[in-house]
Ligand binder design. Structure first.
Ligand code: XIL
Length: 409
């Protein structure tokens, strides 16, 4: 995001500054107007290149359409036979893609938004729940024997979007803010887990505890009010409500090494040492501006399992524009996706791999600016017409050659 900002906003500000310079120079009849004009021309050229790079829609060859006949989709069946989950995020039960691709392509789903704190509430009113939308998603999956991952009980980023704005107001005006937040957190976790009892057995208890701005914990309402104990407490409450649940800490990583990663591992160690009932780490892998280093990724997951934790890749997508320079971008995307997925598929402690959307037609990138203008995004397994992309076949092969079975740590 910072890179995008630097690339698009900074040159625009520079152009604006040069125009102001030109106007002043013209007004004063100063000779420097020549330089100002020269600068503006250069800047506009640079902006043009950047604009072309980022915003002009591109069309990549779809060689895969001619190469494969439309075979039956057997990804989910293969995953189940190999004791593994291949999942997709689902926004809405009424999306026709849901019934089209589940249960043949995916044997696991994650409600993309419907089980978030804010989305479960009527008009964001704490304590007033409406489970209709989430139930429709969950019940369809359950009826098809498809696993559901719950996402997510505690997430302190994006007030009013992922958690209700009312939470900020309640904590700001509470006599004892810590007690108030503890109670709200306990009530929400209890109501939600009881509601989905027997239907959702794996939950992202805490989402994105790390800051997006630096190597420290995110300074959100939970951390500011309760310190890092909020993370331990959320897991303890969830375990208390239903001790049979698999409880995950879910986080997005741009890199798998560096200071931020060390802070994250310190957090995991602290949770384990305090005997907090955490069972796994959910790894979000949204490849937006760059792909991940796979050597580092392997080392990273080993560090997780060495702590006695499982892991899952919970949110995967890789924009096709990252593979721009390849002759066949869809093939290059497939190679990358398969190599990334294999780190999980070949590991007995990785429960599953979830794509953040059912197909390229239903990816969050297509609705969230600026990516909604940087087309195509095409970051998933199936294309906009639900044709399996090369990545589908590569992941299928990786599953077929999976030698390990899910193993307790
Ligand atoms: C995203 C959804 O895909 C969007 O539809 C929504 O507008 C914002 O949230 N990390 C997460 C997910 O844990 O919940 C986010 O999902 C993507 C980033």
């Amino acid at each position: 995001m910072i890179k995008y900002f630097l690339i698009s906003a900074v040159p625009s500000v520079l152009v604006l500054a040069s125009i102001i310079w030109l106007v002043v120079a013209l007004f004063r009849r100063s000779a420097s107007r020549k330089y100002a004009i020269g600068l503006i021309v250069v800047e506009i050229l640079i902006l043009g290149v950047l604009y072309n790079q980022w915003f002009v829609s591109k069309d990549y060859p779809r060689n895969y359409l001619s190469e494969r006949a439309s075979a039956a989709i057997v990804l989910a069946e293969t995953a189940t036979a190999k004791d593994f989950y291949i999942g997709a995020a689902v926004v809405n039960a009424s999306n026709p893609l849901y019934g089209e691709l589940v249960p043949s392509a995916y044997n696991s789903i994650t409600p993309e938004n419907a089980t978030k704190f804010r989305q479960l509430l009527v008009n964001g009113k704490i304590g007033e729940y409406d489970f209709t939308k989430a139930d429709a998603i969950v019940d369809f999956a359950v009826s098809k024997d498809v696993r559901v991952r719950g996402h997510t009980l505690v997430w302190g980023k994006f007030s009013g979007k992922t958690y209700p704005k009312e939470l900020d107001d309640r904590i700001a005006s509470a006599e004892d803010p810590a007690a108030e937040l503890r109670q709200i957190m306990r009530d929400h976790i209890t109501v939600t887990l009881n509601h989905f009892r027997g239907r959702i057995e794996t939950w992202d208890v805490v989402n994105e505890p790390m800051s997006m701005d630096g190597p420290y914990l995110d300074k959100n309402i939970y951390l500011n009010t309760l310190g890092k104990d909020y993370i331990a407490e959320a897991f303890r409450i969830a375990h208390e409500v239903d001790p049979t649940l698999e409880l995950y800490l879910n986080e997005q990583f741009g890199n798998y090494t560096g200071e931020g990663v060390e802070v994250f591992f310190d957090l995991l160690k602290w949770l384990k040492e305090a005997d907090v009932p955490i069972h796994g780490v959910g790894i979000q892998a949204h490849s937006i501006f760059k792909t991940h280093n796979l050597v580092e990724f392997r080392q990273f997951v080993n560090r997780i399992t060495e702590l006695g934790l499982h892991f899952e890749v919970t949110e995967f997508d890789a924009r096709i524009r990252l593979f721009d320079e390849f002759e066949d971008p869809y093939q290059a995307q497939a190679d990358y996706m398969a190599e990334y997925a294999k780190v999980c598929i070949e590991n007995p402690h990785c429960a599953g791999f979830t794509f953040w959307g059912l197909s390229d037609k239903s990816t969050w990138f297509n609705v969230i600016p600026p990516f909604s203008r940087m087309l195509p995004n095409d970051p998933l397994l199936f294309d906009v017409n639900s044709h399996p992309k090369p990545a589908y076949y590569r992941i299928l092969e990786a599953l077929e050659s999976r030698k390990v079975r899910w193993a307790e740590l």
